[in-house]
Design a protein around this ligand. Structure first.
Ligand code: PLP
Length: 397
């Protein structure tokens, strides 16, 4: 199976950046290769993950849900229990520690809904790094609580007013800021996207999810799961959940994309279902585009899945047939969100509910001797008001 050579995943990936950033990117790749194999770095990172973020995360047997669905045993990988409430802390602690080792004193990051911004602000506070976050003005107005969280953590949040003032514009602005000031600054990119080495590096930091889950399921079941399911925005929690199962040919890998109001409508963010090959944000991959090849506006009830592209390794896993990608609508995700709350007492992120929705469809078709692992990428406190609104109730937040 092709892995990354020069940042390529089959036809996808690569490094499409302004000339001015080339030296810095090359240096980042070299430093990452060095620290990746450095026992002291790995030990320090493991201590942060275990003592600060709360790893290993639980692999929870959802017994009630499994009985109710009447098929495979459903296990939930509980990334929602990490500090700051999602898988994002795994990547952010890795990159912030690397930045420090590289002698950087400042980190910058893009954020959409604010989850990656909050995680980066958290790691920066802990490690004593200056932090500035770029966020679309539109998104800032929708996510006031996360903007204030970042302020509390000592981070400056900049409103991005270019383009549609959303996540893709924040990525552009952060890239621009990095090109302006590289000497003391590292760009903590939030998913398995962007130019090489980010898709590889972020994947390596998130692979802890499947490293633990594979071991945990073997301890509990004595055999591998039949299916592993995760939601896909840029794809970091999904690649982290898949990675150590990729060589296990018997394990089916399924990524759940946000279909929004449906893949046959303009209000969707399902990249594999509706996107085409393109180059954007430093990588060659699949992107939602209009008929002129411009990046199309995307929509999902879930702000974390509201990205017009998919990481290059996912495009490759799709192309090679090793993983399958399925669209899940807002309505299906909301129903799954409510189902998991009532059945298991777990209020998951609306992003993660996309993965739960597919598990609900699939479990009954499998036998009770089989198991499914679903990644709960985050907790759902942030989504309660939006779900209420979807159901016609206003919580006056
Ligand atoms: C950001 C986020 C996602 C989407 O990002 P990926 O890189 O696709 O994982 C999914 N779930 C939660 C809880 C998030 O915060």
């Amino acid at each position: 199976m092709n892995t990354n050579t020069n940042g390529r995943f089959g036809d996808f990936g690569g490094c499409y950046i302004p000339e001015i950033l080339m030296g810095e990117i090359v240096r980042l790749e070299a430093e990452y290769e060095r620290y990746k194999n450095d026992a002291d770095f790995q030990k320090e990172l493991t201590t942060l993950l275990n003592e600060y973020a709360g790893r290993p995360s639980l692999l929870y047997f959802a017994e009630k849900m499994s009985k109710d669905l009447g098929g495979a045993k459903v296990y939930l990988k509980r990334e929602d229990l990490n500090h700051t409430g999602s898988h994002k802390i795994n990547n952010v602690l890795g990159q912030a520690l690397l930045a420090k080792k590289m002698g950087k004193t400042r980190v910058i990051a893009e954020t959409g809904a604010g989850q990656h911004g909050v995680a980066t602000a958290t790691a920066a506070a802990l490690l004593g790094l200056e932090c500035e976050v770029f966020m679309g003005k539109e998104d800032m107005e929708r996510q006031l609580l996360n903007v204030y969280r970042m302020k509390l953590l000592g981070t400056t949040v900049h409103a991005v007013t270019s383009g549609s003032m959303v996540l893709k514009d924040a990525v552009n602005e952060t890239m621009r800021e990095w090109a302006n000031r590289m000497e003391d600054t590292h760009y903590v990119l939030g998913s398995v996207m962007g130019p090489h080495p980010f898709p590889m590096m972020v994947r390596d930091f998130q692979a802890i999810i499947s490293k633990e889950a594979r071991q945990q399921i073997l301890e509990k079941e004595g055999k591998l799961p039949s299916v592993v399911i995760a939601c896909v925005g840029g794809g970091s929690n999904a690649i982290g959940t898949f990675y150590n199962f990729i060589p296990d040919a018997s394990v089916q890998l399924i990524g759940c994309e946000a279909a929004g109001r449906g893949v046959d409508t303009a209000e969707t963010a399902a990249t594999v279902a509706t996107g085409r090959l393109g180059v954007f944000h430093g990588m060659k991959s699949l992107f939602c585009q209009d008929s002129d090849g411009q990046i199309a506006p995307v929509y999902s009830i879930s702000a974390g899945l509201d990205y017009p592209g998919i990481g290059p390794e996912h495009a490759f896993l799709h192309d090679s047939g090793r993983a399958k990608y399925v669209p899940v609508t807002d309505e299906e995700a909301v129903q799954a969100f409510e189902y998991l709350a009532k059945t298991e007492g777990i209020i998951c992120a609306i992003e993660s509910a996309h993965a739960i929705a597919h598990a609900i469809k699939l479990a009954g078709q499998l036998s009770p001797e089989e198991s499914i692992i679903v990644c709960i990428s985050g907790r759902g406190d942030k989504d309660v008001a939006a779900i209420a609104r979807y159901r016609g109730e206003d919580l006056h937040e």
